[in-house]
Design a protein around this ligand. Structure first.
Ligand code: FHN
Length: 592
């Protein structure tokens, strides 16, 4: 398939994977919440530079970007002799970071096996002067140090095998026989991986772009036949995974249903690139871990060792910083369940374990902190780091509504950056208000997953994607509608936020009609500003100001958002985007 990589991130699964397995098979993975991704292969040698030129895009895609012939790229193997490879140190680093599993590239899209393979001599033992199997080292160390071993395997894209997908510069597409590639390479290599290294936690399949449902199902069956408890990642395609994956580096707008994992980079690349120095801060990574955990998503965070096997120092520092935070606050992450609320809070996030709610504050809470919507009775409140000091609290009902309000007196709370955790013990099981609620800072945020999808047609065409964004919103018949509670009446500025993957075109210029409290606002979505925050890094949150709405009294209202005119430019439709309205949220902020 000819494709310009300029506009493509090949990370998505088109349809979220349904939860298919019993809870037990996923239990270790859900408990871990946090894992280490390792992208290591021949691409670490050029490290993003080819024939003296810096090659844009992620490092492991260099062969594709430069259309390097197989015979030329394969010569890199002769230079692969990593003097500093230390599997024990890498597994120790994962443990120190508080990670419970590790996913290592056994074969990436370049087709080079990073383990001893008798299926194909294009592997690290036979083709390099190192003659060594690093996957065997990792398997041994994972066993010894108690980290679950998982394998990344590129089942679809393979630029080395004549029948693998997407190398059309060496091998004309019309001659390709994908079944032969599966028979000759994929299935026998999976047999090796699942029979030579002991129990494998998961095969992390990736980029399901050309394989049919039958082919993906055959791969899944093969894995389960060899190791019935081995999980299969969502990117096996066709909804056949044991859990779902959104696109790389994606942070959902609210809590997700089912099992999810976001994989993410520490800088921008997966495979080592010597010029990529844009490292995310430790604070950014810790708050991302909290955010994802509160939404029911695991966090798989990547390192890309260099050609000598060294993990870049900034990666090590950041993973250790996350570990230091988790040593104090790990109880609020590991083994937790998502927030009982579907929406985010302006002050932080919530995770849960049994009858404990963990409030993760991203800034020091005000002395009289308030939470709207918790129906359960609270038994006690204490900081996780200092469990002996209890904070006093009260539970009341907001005037004019039946919304419960919890007030905590945080006098004496020591706030530590980037996040301080407070454990709120409930007297009984958790119960919360299901509607969108005005927050104590008076803002209101309407997210897709809390909306009802309505239509003037027989059936809506628009869907709410499992990752919390709208899909196929390409008509004027469907709408989103929310019921919500206003506690503090007044006038509000209304902002509609849409999004896109940053390498792809943004689909804007849609005329939307927003109606609530007897008023209708109309605007064309325009890139007026980009909201600051973690989510905007890879999926810019594009804000269009829609005007103002007033709510005269406290109570329950409804709000509807519908398209009146669509801009369905062809260029906005890509492999991963339907080109329609990519709705993220509506924000109401007090106007005065
Ligand atoms: O194409 C790959 C990419 O190289 C990298 O392995 C990421 C990790 O999620 N997966 C694909 C892109 O989504």
């Amino acid at each position: 398939m000819a494709l310009s990589m300029r506009a493509v991130d090949i990370s998505a699964v088109k349809r979220p994977t349904r939860r298919r397995r019993g809870r037990d098979e996923l239990a270790w993975w859900r408990d871990a919440r946090f894992g280490l991704f390792i992208h290591w292969g021949l691409y670490a040698i050029p490290a993003g530079v080819w024939r003296g030129k810096r090659v844009p895009y992620i490092g492991e895609w260099l062969m594709f970007r430069e259309k390097i012939p197989v015979a030329t790229y394969a010569k890199l193997a002769a230079q692969f002799h990593p003097r500093h490879w230390d599997a024990a140190a890498i597994v120790r680093l994962a443990r120190e970071a508080g990670m419970g599993y590790l996913v290592v590239t056994t074969k990436h899209h370049d087709g080079f096996a990073m383990y001893r393979s008798s299926v194909c001599p294009y592997n690290v033992v036979d083709a390099t002067p190192w003659h060594h199997d690093p996957i065997a080292d990792l398997a041994r160390e994972c066993r010894r140090q108690g980290v679950k071993l998982c394998f990344y395997y590129s089942q679809d894209l393979d630029w080395h095998h004549p029948d693998g997908a997407w190398n059309t510069w060496d091998y004309p597409p019309e001659n390709k026989k994908p079944d032969r590639y599966l028979r000759e390479k994929v299935l026998p290599q999976l047999t090796e991986l699942l029979t030579h290294y002991g129990p494998v936690g998961m095969i992390w399949f990736d980029t399901p772009l050309t394989l049919t449902r039958e082919q993906s199902a055959a791969i899944r069956r093969h894995v389960k036949r060899l190791q019935p408890h081995c999980l299969v990642s969502g990117r096996i395609g066709h909804g056949l995974g044991d859990y779902s994956l959104p696109r790389d580096n994606f942070l959902p707008p609210g809590r997700l249903e089912g099992d999810w994992e976001t994989c993410a980079t520490l800088n921008h690349t997966w495979g080592f690139k010597k010029h990529d120095h844009e490292w995310k801060s430790a604070a950014n990574l810790i708050t991302t871990l909290i955010d994802l955990t509160s939404k029911g998503s695991n966090y798989l965070l990547n390192i890309g060792p260099d050609a000598d096997g060294r993990v870049p120092a900034p990666s090590v520092q950041r993973l250790r910083a996350i570990g230091a935070w988790l040593r104090v606050n790990g109880a609020a992450i590991h083994g937790t369940s998502p927030s009982p609320f579907r929406h985010d809070f302006p002050w932080g996030r919530i995770t849960t374990k049994g009858r404990t709610l963990y409030f993760h504050f991203f800034a020091k809470p005000s002395r009289h902190f308030q939470l709207h919507g918790l129906r359960s009775r609270v038994a006690s409140v204490a900081a996780l780091a200092r469990p002996h000091k209890n904070f006093s609290f009260s539970q009341t009902t907001a005037a004019g509504t039946r919304t419960p309000v919890l007030t905590i007196d945080f006098t004496g709370l020591r706030f530590t950056k980037p996040a301080t955790v407070v454990a709120v013990q409930l007297a009984k099981a958790t119960a919360v208000e299901p509607l969108t609620l005005q927050q104590p800072d008076r803002t209101l945020t309407f997210i897709g997953p809390m909306a009802r999808v309505g239509t003037n047609a027989k059936k809506p065409e628009m869907r709410m994607g499992g990752n919390g964004l709208t899909e196929n919103w390409r008509n004027t018949r469907d709408w989103l509608e929310w019921r919500f509670t206003v506690l503090h009446p007044g006038k509000f500025d209304v902002t509609v936020v849409t999004t896109h993957q940053h390498l792809e075109p943004w689909s804007g210029g849609h005329t939307l009609r927003l109606s609530s409290a007897g008023r209708t606002l109309r605007r064309k979505t325009a890139r007026e500003s980009i909201l600051p925050g973690l989510r905007s890094t890879y999926f810019p949150q594009i804000a269009t100001h829609f005007g103002q709405l007033s709510f005269p009294r406290a109570g329950t209202y409804s709000l509807r958002l519908q398209a009146e005119g669509l801009n369905l430019a062809k260029k906005n439709k890509t492999l991963f985007s339907d080109g329609g309205i990519q709705f993220s949220e509506i924000r109401l902020t007090p106007a005065e």
